[in-house]
Design a protein around this ligand. Structure first.
Ligand SMILES: C[S@@+](CC[C@H](N)C(=O)[O-])C[C@H]1O[C@@H](n2cnc3c(N)ncnc32)[C@H](O)[C@@H]1O
Length: 492
């Protein structure tokens, strides 16, 4: 497991053979001027002669100076240092820190986003640090030069990574990615891939992709297994991950979803996250607690608070009764339609526990503080947003509502709910869920509302050819393997 400090500074050091491979590819002459923008304790610098390494952390910078004595190690924030630099490097290599947007903030982030514009990359506020590290590094490469980096596998699906890929294609004659299924950093939940850009000053409208089971130093990124046009990458939502399945499988998928009767979920339904209460313990009751406080039944609604509750195809009265009989905390206070507060409710809202709840951020900023926005909306169905083998869609037959831990689906078109259920469980849709969702680490599939909206659904009875059927099954297995869903690996 990664420590807090490792996470905060993205301090994960590259295995020697991987660093050697990237250096071997990027550095073509002994006299080349080479930069590592985040050199850590100097794994890359050790393999070079007289390279320049930048490192924020004093301790690591000191290590790097000792382990690579002929390197020039500068202890600095890379973006501050880069402000005063021009395109003077023949090659840039490294493993930029992966610091998520929540921690990648303040002056560093402001400078990083500003400098990224040097190569025309406009990152939004959700970008992790590694993408601007690479964009700014690109601005420091001489004409004809190249770069090779370890990158998080998020390059294959994160929306914020798309401006980087576009920027590199505008400024380099070739851009290639090697996706590696087996972990380069076994102790991290994050997968890492490799990124290459060659021929600064050129441009390309193609991305090379090679998908490998494990790291293989014999592979030449310049001869990719799959050559993807930027146009088709854009059409696939800027997601390289979709091309991990071989072309014949992808083509079978595209031809199946192009058939009659296949729609996207967004064509028939709205998908959102459920309500945010602001204080879950205060607003959710067990039946015993509701009785104790005398909260009337018409002020309470059954609710789905966690994906784990969605174990069946239907959330119906029988299921709710079972939860109530087990005294589960599944009743949410819904005062959205109450004209007058019943006395016991008014008392509860004046209790010492309420004094605490009303000061919580989400409660403080709404008026009145005790009405949960969106709690009155009854979805047609719920979808798990973090799933193991596969997602679960459960039809809502109990008038239940849900928190933001699951997705709320509200049908817009009059289609039978059971058709929605059947379509969601169809292998074609299962594959679509794998392709539109993304891995979360630990084998989990994460599906955000925007991703769920894009999922394909065969809404009318759908007949695929035998070959298409086999291709879809094979592709589902492959995508599960790429997200390390181990049970699936065992069963293959
Ligand atoms: C993923 S590690 C890679 C280290 C080394 N290149 C390697 O691969 O072994 C990233 C390094 O970036 C450093 N770092 C984080 N933010 C930085 C910044 N703004 N400027 C320079 N270095 C930074 C971290 O301290 C960490 O040592």
């Amino acid at each position: 497991m990664a420590t807090q400090r490792e996470k905060l500074f993205g301090q994960f050091f590259t295995p020697e053979e991987v660093a050697a491979y990237l250096v071997g590819w990027a550095v073509r002459s002994h006299s080349a001027r080479v930069l590592d923008p985040s050199c850590g304790d100097g794994e890359f610098l050790r393999q070079l002669r007289g390279a320049v390494g930048i490192e924020l952390c004093g301790e690591h910078a000191a290590h790097a100076s000792v382990s690579a004595p002929d390197a020039e190690v500068v202890q600095a924030d890379f973006f501050e240092w880069a402000l005063r630099q021009g395109p003077s490097f023949d090659a840039v290599v490294g493993n930029p820190p992966f610091i998520r947007y929540q921690q990648f903030n303040g002056a560093t982030r402001k400078r990083a986003l500003q400098l990224s514009r040097r190569i025309g990359c406009q990152f939004n506020g959700l970008t992790s640090s590694w993408a601007p590290f690479i964009a700014v590094s690109a601005s420091l490469v001489r004409p004809g030069g190249r770069m090779a980096f370890v990158v998080p596998a998020e390059i294959g699906h994160a929306t914020y990574a798309a401006p980087l890929v576009e920027g590199l294609c505008r400024h380099f004659a070739s851009v290639a990615v090697i996706a590696v299924r087996e972990k380069l950093f076994p102790h991290l939940s994050q997968d890492a891939w490799l990124l290459f850009a060659d021929g600064k000053g050129g441009s390309t409208d193609r991305i090379g992709l090679t998908a490998l089971e494990q790291f293989n130093p014999e592979i030449d990124p310049a001869v990719p297994a799959c050559d993807i046009s930027l146009q088709s990458w854009r059409a696939m939502g800027g997601r390289l991950r979709r091309f991990l399945i071989p072309r014949r499988l992808h083509d079978a998928y595209l031809s199946s979803v192009g058939g009659n009767g296949v729609a996207r979920l967004q064509d028939v339904a709205d998908v959102t996250i459920g309500y945010v209460s602001g204080d879950n313990d205060f607003f959710h009751f067990t039946p015993n607690a509701a009785r104790l406080y005398g909260i009337p039944g018409d002020c309470l609604r059954p609710t789905i608070r966690r994906g784990e509750q969605l174990t069946a195809d239907f959330v119906d009265d029988r299921l709710i009764d079972r939860w109530l009989a087990a005294n589960e905390q599944i009743c949410v206070l819904d005062l959205s339609t109450a004209n007058e507060l019943p006395r016991p409710v008014a008392d509860y809202l004046e209790s010492p526990r309420a004094d605490e709840a009303r000061t919580r951020y989400k409660c403080r900023v709404r008026d009145p503080w005790y009405i949960i926005p969106g709690v009155e909306k009854t979805p047609s169905a719920f979808i798990t947003c973090m799933s193991g083998r596969e997602t679960r869609l459960s039809i809502n037959r109990a008038g239940a509502v849900c928190t933001n831990s699951v997705l709320a689906v509200t049908l817009r078109r009059r289609i039978p709910q059971t058709d929605l259920l059947r379509a969601w469980q169809h292998p074609l849709s299962r594959l679509s869920q794998e392709l539109e969702g993304h891995p979360l680490g630990g084998g989990m599939l994460k599906i955000e509302p925007g991703e769920a909206r894009r999922v394909h659904l065969p809404l009318t009875p759908f007949r695929a050819s035998k070959t298409e059927e086999q291709a879809i099954t094979e592709a589902i297995k492959l995508m599960r393997r790429w997200r390390h869903y181990e049970q699936e690996v065992d069963s293959t």
